[in-house]
Structures are given as C-alpha cells and as structure tokens.
Design a binder for this molecule. Structure first.
Ligand code: DGY
Length: 432
C-alpha cells in the first residue's frame, strides 16, 4: 500500500473512532447524532478490520431497538435527551403510539434496507460466541418475517416501502412522480424545524427542498396516525424498490448459509429466496431499456429513470448474463464521470450536487463492485472501487460526491462513517 493510502486508512479509522458513542457509531457528527439502521450495517464491515468485537456490538446495539413484532426502525434514538440537532426528533416520531415499540427507548417508525444478514455473514468469519451469533440470526429472521407479514406485495416475497427514507435514497428522482400524488393543500399546516440545512454547506444545492421535506413529514404524520402498523389502500407512497428487495434477497442468501451452520431449520428462508427471485425481474426489469427500475404500486407501473439503484440487483446476483451485459453497456456510456452517479447525468431530475439526484455514494459503489466480482467482472469492479477511493482521497471522507471529474467542491456531511468504513474495506481487500 502506498504512503497516501496508509494515510487515508488512518484518517478513515479516526473517523470511525470519533463517531463512536459507546457501543454504536453515529453516521456523522451534527447531521446524524443517533444510530441509523443500514449505516450501522456498513459501519460494522469497516469495524471488522479494526476491532471485530465492535462490529458485533454495533449490530447488537441496533437490534436493542427492535420492536416486538420484528420491525427494525431506521433510527434508534440513544441518548435522545443529549442531542437536539436532528429533525424529526424522537418526540416527533413518538414510537410509543405502537404497542410493539420498546418502552424505554425512542425510535423512528419506518425502516431501512435489510443489510444485516449479509453483514452477519462477514462477522461470523471471526471467532465469536455461537450464542451471540444465534441470537442475532433469530432477530434478523424475525425482522424479515415482519417485512413479509406487513409489507409483502401479493405473494411475491417482494416487499413494499412506505416512505422515501425507507429506501435510504431520500430525494431520488425515483420518488418524484410518487410525491406528486400528495396535494399541496395537505401540506399547508406542516411545520418544519429542519436542522440538516444548518449542518452542511450550500444546503440549497445539496439537500432536499422544504417542499420535499413537507411531503416527507406528511408521510410520517400519516404513518404515526396509523401507529406505524398498516397503511390505508390509498396511502400515497407504496413502492417496490429494487434496492430494498435486492438487499433483502442477498441477506436471505446469507441467512440460509448461517442458519445451516447453526443447525437451524432454514426451509422458510429458502422459500423466501425462491419466490422473490421468481418475481423480481417481472416487477423490476425493463427489457426494452435493459435496466432495473423501481415499481410504483398505486400507478401499477415502473418509474423509468436510470439511477445507481438500477445496478444494485447485481449485488444479489439477480441478473442473468444477458441482463448483466445490458447493464454494463449502460455503465460504459458514463465512463467520463466518476461511477456510479445516483441519477445518471442524462436523466430528468439530475442535479450533480443534490444528495440522491446525481452524487456518487460509496456504499452503493461498494455493493455494485462486490456483486460484479461474483460475476468475475473484476475489471469493472476495480474501476468502481478505484473511483470510490479516488473520490474520498480527493474530497475527504464525505457523505456523497459530485460525479463530474473536474468538480472542485466537497459536498454533503463531513466525517461520514460508512464512507470511512467501506473505504477501509476496499483498501484492505485491494492490498490483500
Ligand atoms: C435524513 O434525515 O436525511 C435521513 O436520511 C432520514 O433518515
């Protein structure tokens, strides 16, 4: 490893250390002061290279916020009284409206992509107490059972999300047409107390607008009124997201292997994988365009916008060879940009600096590159990993990055934990 890379590795380790709060890691100081669900999964992958015990603790602490019905919230508000720098706060979510929520710990009432199964599979490569692993395994299976019980679309074993924050891709153009369904009149009384816009530079260019945010809060209000349990048939945000569903399949594949190792009955997990794979392409694949798209349940149609999420099924080995070739042909057309823009520069809604409307995200790149290796596409995987490391070296350990090669501004949250964690993983793996 070169001197520069050794320095970068040290910087990444420092970020993870500074963002550690006891037994968990916050995503970024100021912007995100609590524990976030899928962030913690990716953070654990970096911690494994430093101190594996911390990686296991990261997941165990996350699951301390699991609800009795298996639901796993997207934010666990540890030390809620200490930090006022996040909106919507624990009080705003008021998870106590649910009979299933923990009594002594505030959480949000929506979830995030189910990364925990595949993360646990990496954790068990280290020598841990079998009971701790078995406990986490059961908790993850319980979470997936929640998803199928409450969110399953028809009998597909594909699950619906009810909020853009559940996708993790907050203001992706994938949600633009869905949000048009919420009439502006419904937003008139919504009071925003946003903190995020004060925590980053140039927030007008790099964060969602107030109009967007009012819609996000409108959905939260509706979900809270329904005690975060079920949604009415006409609930405006009901979407099948190929990112969420591919990650769930990948985690189930891991659960199957871990379960066998633990001597569990894995027939249920096996059936989830089988049915989801049988249905994935008919919902998400668009043969004319050669891309995977999100599916809007109320409109009964795909949202045909080319985003980095279109490539995440590669991570779960979902595309066949023909589909993969088509996807790679698309990527080839964007070789003059840093790969992989969250929304492609030729798409409606692209904004180079704005959060999920163009910028490159390290964890998306990590998943795409990991998937490409399984197809023996090492050249492509290296290209994406090298772009990722280059971006972090050039602009710092930020939340996201402009895809233009000649950009000269750093954007998004600073000291960002998953960018640090996955850069560590990429550097360590590259250097064998
Ligand atoms: C935010 O607050 O920006 C998050 O992405 C929601 O989890």
């Amino acid at each position: 490893m070169t001197g520069c890379k050794v320095k970068l590795l040290e910087e990444c380790q420092n970020v993870l250390e500074e963002n550690r709060r006891g037994d968990f890691t916050i995503p970024s100081p100021f912007l995100y002061p609590f524990q976030w669900n899928w962030d913690s999964g990716f953070i654990a992958l970096g911690l494994l290279h430093i101190e594996p015990e911390k990686a296991l603790l990261e997941l165990e602490t996350l699951f301390s916020g699991q609800w009795e019905n298996g639901f796993l919230p997207h934010i666990i508000f540890h030390n809620a009284e200490k930090y006022t720098s996040y909106f919507p706060s624990a009080d705003y979510w008021n998870s106590k409206v649910s009979r299933f929520a923990p009594k002594d710990l505030g959480t949000s009432g929506i979830t995030q992509p189910a990364v925990h199964g595949f993360v646990l599979e990496d954790i068990i490569k280290y020598d841990f107490d079998k009971d701790r692993i078995a406990r986490l395994y059961d908790q993850i299976v319980h979470y997936h059972q929640y998803l199928y019980e409450y969110r399953q679309f028809k009998d597909t074993h594909l699950v619906a999300i009810w909020h853009n924050w559940e996708s993790g891709m907050d203001n992706s153009p994938w949600w633009d047409s869905v949000f048009k369904r919420i009439h502006p009149q419904l937003l008139e009384n919504i009071q925003l107390k946003r903190k995020d816009v004060h925590a980053v530079d140039d927030s007008a260019l790099t964060r969602p607008t107030d109009d967007d945010y009012k819609r996000y809060i409108y959905l939260v209000d509706q979900l809270r009124e329904n005690r975060y349990e079920r949604v009415p048939a006409d609930f405006p945000f009901q979407v099948l997201d190929p990112v969420f569903n591919a990650i769930l399949i990948q985690s189930n594949r891991s659960l199957l292997r871990i379960g066998k190792m633990l001597g569990k009955d894995t027939s249920l997990v096996e059936s989830w994988i089988k049915t989801a794979l049988e249905n994935f392409s008919s919902i998400h694949w668009n043969a004319d365009d050669g891309l995977f798209y999100t599916f809007d349940i109320l409109a009964n149609s795909q949202v045909k916008i080319h985003c980095s999420g279109s490539y995440i099924p590669i991570f779960a080995e979902i595309p066949d060879r023909d589909q993969l070739e088509k996807l790679l042909r698309h990527l080839e057309a964007f070789k003059d940009y840093y790969l992989v823009p969250s929304c492609m520069p030729d798409q409606p809604g692209f904004e180079s600096k704005n959060y999920w409307r163009g910028p490159v995200w390290i964890h998306m790149n990590w998943m795409i590159a990991e998937g490409l290796r399984k197809y023996q596409e090492h050249e492509w995987a290296d290209r994406i990993k090298n772009d990722s490391v280059k971006l972090v070296e050039k602009y710092g350990i930020r939340e996201y990055f402009e895809p233009f090669k000649d950009s000269n501004t750093s954007i998004g949250g600073k000291q960002f934990s998953w960018s640090a964690a996955l850069t560590i993983d990429m550097l360590k793996k590259q250097s064998g």
